[in-house]
Design a binder for this molecule. Sequence first.
Ligand SMILES: [Mn+2]
Length: 427
Amino acid sequence: MKITKSELANYNENNKQDHHEKFGFLSLQLDRLEINVEEVVERLQKFQVAIPSWALGAGGTRFGRFSYGGEPSSLEQKIDDVGIIHALTQSAGAISLHIPWDIPKDAEAIKQQAASHGILFDAVNSNTFQDQKNQAHSYKFGSLCNVNKESRQQAIEHNLEVIKLGNALGSKSMTVWLSDGSNFPGQHNFKKAFQHTQDSLQQIYQHLPNDWQLFIEYKPYEPNFYSTVIPDWGTSLMLAEGCGEKAFTLVDLGHHLPNTNIEQIVAILMMKGKLGGFHFNDSKYGDDDLTCGSIKPYQLFLIFNELVDGMENNEGNNPPLAWMIDASHNIKDPLEDLIQSLEAIRIAYAQALLIDRAALEMARAESDVVRCQEILQTAYRTDVRPLLAEARRLSGGAIDPIGFYRQKAVRKNLIKERGMHSIASGL
Ligand SMILES: [Mn+2]
């Protein structure tokens, strides 16, 4: 199913009255605050977030999986799904592939298909957290950290294969997330596990093309429940620095213990020029992978406050960040859920763009704590949704993506095309 420009234009035409009123009113208010509305809308138009290839089917939990019908059962269909999201939102112009779940059979053909939707290939993701069929050595006791040299070597070679596949598609980065760790005290020699991991990552790094970046993700627990080899940003940063200037830390929102101050982590990593990318999701208890902004929208805003500050005052020479949604869906239509996540991310970004940074610095210099909070919350409490709708309208997307999606019965059409019992590849 492909959504045409004329369908979108018709939809917007029929819904323009309400949008014009809301956008007009907000523009007037922001003008009075001397905020350049045009510039904010332009920045929103440029802001693109990658969709991971594993988020397009029902993710499920370890207790069960409830299919949604019409799930994409091939990489081609996954790209078509991202194409639908991008057509509606004009903000999902990239896909992030998971290898080996989504190995392209014909890289050139896949590239062309993605290009026809205006989609690029973002970071590729390696997978050494599960054994594949006919694999010589098991990852049951770890991959890059394994005490067995053959297992480590096999994991290194897999990562090199992922780089090769990504290169053929035009990707410029690889994200390494390791499930490596231990389940019981005494199981691991912490120092040896770290050293093996450092050594393995360095070997992978040696083969990284010059214009590529290596992202190292951390996570404090799960699937290992006593220790993980890369539990936190400090360990990730040590490993990245041990590799070289093309290696960076990647922050995944859900990979923190409850109440961790993630905005502070983001600020310091950017100051050091070592934040490579960001994985968006939301959670209440752990790595819940819920829809962005569904639980803690204020935290998301505070994180964007630091991200925008880091991008505007780039003293650490931090490279442009790789943005990706890393969430999983069990009870919602994955496409609707991803549209909701994109909206939440862009709301937080737009609000952060409204912050009066000069006034905030002044209030900080005077230790005027009340004023600091007022400045942040004035931006946070602004309903910026008309700015997002305007950015979408100007880029040729839908004023209201979910409204369009439901009116056109997109899921029903996908079920008609693909069947009720199709299952997303890799899941
Ligand atoms: Mn992640």
